[in-house]
Each structure stands twice: as C-alpha cells, then as structure tokens.
Design a protein around this ligand. Structure first.
Ligand code: ZN
Length: 157
C-alpha cells in the first residue's frame, strides 16, 4: 500500500503544481466562489452548460496543494458529464474523503484523495471545489464557505 499512496501523492502534487483548466471562462453560464477559512483556500469556479451537459469547466484561485489538485481533477473529470452524473460523483467523492467509503470504486483519478479521510482537517480542502460546483450548478449562493457545511464538520470532529 505504501507504493500506492506514493503514487497518489505524486498525482496530487502534479495537479497542484500544474493545475488543469486553470483559467477564466468568459462566456460561463454559471460561476461561484468558494472559501475555506480553516486553510485559506479560495477559488472561483466557472461552468458553461451545454444543454444538460457541462460543456466547459475551469477555475481560478489560490489554495493549498490538496484544494488546488482537487479543483484541477474535478474539472478534468466533469467536463462532458451531465448535471446528474456530477451530483452522483460528488456524493461518491464526499463519502470517500469522509471515510464512509474506502473503495474508490468508479471514481477514476478522484480515488487519489482516498488518503484524505485520515486527515479530517483536510477534508474541507478536498471538498471545497465540489461544494462550489454544486452552488454554481444550483445557483443557490454566489459564495460558498465550508464553515456552513454540517456534514464536513461532523467528519472533522
Ligand atoms: Zn487547504
């Protein structure tokens, strides 16, 4: 397992140093801002919906390695997915990083965050971009703060 976690760490470091889809989408149909005060992670997520599909998705911001890598892999994973598929992935990813599901099945590259469940303080870093995406897709709030998220709070205790 040591080799596997080493590999996971490499993927996270790679995405944090060279984040994918790190740009503004000028004709975005939705955007939302996310902030994690515990760590200082900030990001703005841009989405251009193409019917029910995510036609384009990108982000800008600054944060720790985990939050940046999570946003980068999120954009890579969700481009071309439908709203419903994105919701299912969010739930599966949330279960993975909060330790409710250790398998990482069906998560593809997102499985690299399985180790986060051992570090409760970092769960908010990993889920920030996902909460922000949810807000962008539902149009609920322009700014998301992880402090308002009860499920993550419980996991952090
Ligand atoms: Zn962070």
């Amino acid at each position: 397992m040591a080799d596997l976690s080493g590999l996971y760490q490499e993927v996270i470091l790679d995405h944090s140093k060279r984040p994918r889809n790190f740009r503004v989408i000028d004709d975005a149909t939705a955007r939302a801002e996310g902030y994690n005060p515990l760590c200082g992670d900030r990001l703005t997520l841009y989405v251009r919906m193409d019917g029910d599909k995510i036609g384009d998705i990108a982000f800008k911001g600054s944060g720790c390695a985990i939050s940046t890598a999570s946003a980068s892999i999120l954009t890579e994973t969700l481009k071309g997915k439908t709203r419903g598929e994105a919701e299912v992935l969010f739930q599966t990813f949330h279960d993975l990083v909060t330790g409710k599901n250790h398998s990482g099945n069906n998560l593809g590259k997102l499985a690299v965050f399985s180790g986060v469940s051992e570090f409760p303080a970092r769960v908010k870093c990993a889920t920030l971009s996902w909460h922000t995406l949810k807000s962008a897709l539902t149009g609920e709030a322009e700014q998301v703060s992880t402090e308002a998220d009860d499920a993550d709070d419980q996991a952090a205790r």
